[in-house]
Structure formats: C-alpha cells, structure tokens
Unconditional design. Structure first.
Length: 116
C-alpha cells in the first residue's frame, strides 16, 4: 500500500449493504479463474502510472480497458505521450482511493442464465 492508502485504511468504513434487497441469481454461478479469458479489464489511475500505462497498452489490443480516474484528459495525454493508442478504452471518472481496484471492483461470474 502507498503511504496515503495506509493512512486512509486507518479510518476506512466499508459501505453498508442491505442484504434484504439482494436477490440471488436463478441458477448457480461461479467466479472466473485468474487466467480465464475476459472481455475487458479494469484499472485505477492513481499511482504506478508507468506500469499501468504498459498494462493498458497491451490489454487494449485484446479487449476493453476500463480506466477509473479523476481526470480522463490527463490520462489520455499521459498514454499518448507514451505511444499508447486510445482504442478500446472507457474512462470512469469518479472518486476512488486505491490502485487496487481488482480487489474491490466488480466481480465477474459465469452462469447459464444470460443476465446474471
């Protein structure tokens, strides 16, 4: 964790989720394996930007790359200055507090039911 993440962790409170409003899927689901084929990936743009730029460069050749960031124009400038084409990218401009969005972002599941 970065120093700012360590500091934020001291007072972090996970969001409250009312499980009474959650309906289970109609069929069993399974989580994807770590190296299973995906249609896209999600990265957060807050630190380790040179490494994230390399990930984006290679991943955008294979599928969609969702970039969580606070300023999409700054990210686009950084990517293009490093020779990364701006294709297959979707920007999610929002607040966030960590580069580790894989750990707290959306969870992919597979099911026989098409809209899970």
């Amino acid at each position: 964790m970065t120093d700012s993440e360590k500091e934020a962790y001291k007072t972090y409170q996970p969001p409250f989720i009312n499980s009474d409003d959650i309906n289970p899927p109609p069929t069993p689901v399974r989580t994807m394996a770590e190296w299973e084929e995906v249609q896209g990936i999600i990265v957060a743009w807050i630190s380790y930007t040179s490494i994230i730029r390399q990930i984006v460069d290679f991943a955008q050749d294979e599928g969609l790359v969702y970039i969580v960031c606070s300023d999409s124009n700054a990210v686009k400038t950084y990517l293009t200055s490093g020779g990364v084409p701006l294709v297959n990218l979707k920007f999610i401009v929002t607040t966030f507090n960590s580069v580790w969005c894989r750990d707290y972002g959306p969870w992919a599941v597979y099911s026989e039911y098409p809209t899970v």
